[in-house]
Design a protein around this ligand. Structure first.
Ligand code: AOS
Ligand code: ZN
Ligand code: ZN
Length: 392
């Protein structure tokens, strides 16, 4: 594989400006319905999650924001939590709402047939907007578990109407400089129909709401074989791609490390991104990780994920776009494909090591973190109390 030892200047500049947001829940214990394995040193409160997330940024220099999930991340004073984050070198990113763990929401939240339940779900989202204001966050992220398990269980159409009405009330609570991002997922926990199953449904709701509503694309939320990069191109074309939830899937919503299952897919996605300049901060696309680390060390998993995204982005930026356009004009199918593959097959790791060293970062953030002793230190310090789990 050809190796690149230094990034061309424009690519280095783009990478220096590019950032990734990490999820607070990625630092807590997680597992499957069969077993949750715990790890010594796992955070016991949102402050410890922030401290761990700050390690990902300290070693990679590219993960300056932490998403919170509310009320999993509940503290007495969110202003104090945001101050603590800043002291650690990071900021609070998106606030993720949560209407999927209360008994009240068994049959839906924003779509529920009972007005009182919808009221509670709307109020929860308005409370998330308060958390945004207390933490300095500007984005409300909504993923709904709403749906049904059996045909005939509820009216699909009426649920859409109720969803639109509820969302518009939440949207009405946003200030001009705040926005809402709506995530879609084709199944789970509902197994017959999901109320926001796909990008089209999310986009239709966002278009009806207004310019401050954007779609979230979670890479794990599609049927096998879906061409995700097409969706990326289409949403960018509509200027409605608000955020990514990056992760890998082999089977369902596996939440594995991004770029682990299919590194080529990640490059293809990022190639659509760079062709529309959406990797630049001013594009407003928030590149987030939505992952769980069931077996591996959580901080190491997050650092590896950031590195995987950076490698894929560097490859996407390396594509010779002039040559590609020329081959496309001539309909030279294989030459065009070969140009893309040349970038994909370039080993950019030595160039990224140089890039990091030039910026005072470890050449290999993953190895440097492992050698830092942080995990041993927190394992010794964090004794007593309950470790936070995904969802706790
Ligand atoms: C659920 O499948 C979604 O990916 C959401 O983004 C969710 O809020 C997150 O994964 C935490 O459960
Ligand atoms: Zn997600
Ligand atoms: Zn998911």
């Amino acid at each position: 594989m050809p190796q690149l030892t230094a990034l061309p200047d424009p690519i280095a500049r783009d990478l220096a400006d590019f950032s990734i947001e990490v999820p607070s829940w990625g630092y807590g214990n997680s597992g499957t319905r069969f077993k949750v394995f715990t790890t010594p040193g796992t955070p016991r409160d949102p402050y410890e999650k922030i401290a761990d997330a700050a390690q990902t940024h300290a070693f990679t220099g590219s993960a300056p924001r932490v998403s919170l999930h509310y009320p999993w991340d509940r503290v007495e004073d969110f202003g104090t939590l945001a101050d603590y984050a800043r002291e650690q070198g990071v900021e609070i990113g998106m606030i993720n709402s949560n209407t999927f763990q209360d008994d009240t929401y068994k049959f839906g939240s924003l779509t529920h047939g009972d007005k009182a339940v919808r009221r509670q779900a709307i109020d929860h989202h308005l409370e998330c907007i308060d958390v945004m204001r207390a933490t300095g966050s500007k984005e409300l992220k909504i993923w709904l578990a709403d749906g049904t398990n059996y045909a005939g269980q509820d009216s699909i159409r009426e649920r859409q109407d109720r969803l639109a009405e509820s969302l518009s009330e939440v949207y009405g609570g946003l200030a001009d400089d705040e926005r809402l991002v709506l995530e879609y997922k084709f199944f789970e926990p509902a197994f017959y129909h999901t109320d926001v199953p796909d990008w089209g449904t999310s986009l239709l709701h966002c278009l009806a709401l207004g310019e401050k509503a954007m779609v979230v694309l979670d890479t794990g939320h599609h049927a096998p074989g879906t061409n995700i990069e097409f969706i990326v191109a289409q949403l960018l074309r509509q200027q409605r791609l608000g955020a990514f939830d990056f992760n890998s899937r082999n089977y369902a919503d596996d939440d594995l490390i991004v770029g682990a299952a299919d590194p080529f897919q990640l490059v293809r996605i990022l190639f659509e991104i760079v062709q529309q300049d959406a990797h630049r901060p001013e594009s407003g696309v928030n590149f987030m990780l939505d992952q769980c680390h069931n077996l591996e060390s959580k901080i190491q998993g997050q650092i590896r994920s950031v590195m995987n995204v950076q490698e894929a982005l560097a490859k996407a930026l390396l594509v010779d776009r002039e040559a590609l356009a020329d081959a496309q004009r001539r309909n030279d199918v294989l030459e065009a494909n070969g140009i893309l593959m040349d970038a994909f097959w370039t080993d950019v790791r030595p160039a990224l090591a140089t890039f990091r060293e030039e910026r005072g970062l470890p050449a290999d953030p993953f190895a440097a973190f492992r050698a830092s002793g942080y995990e041993e230190k927190v394992a010794a310090e964090r004794v007593g109390g309950d470790q936070m789990g995904w969802g706790a």
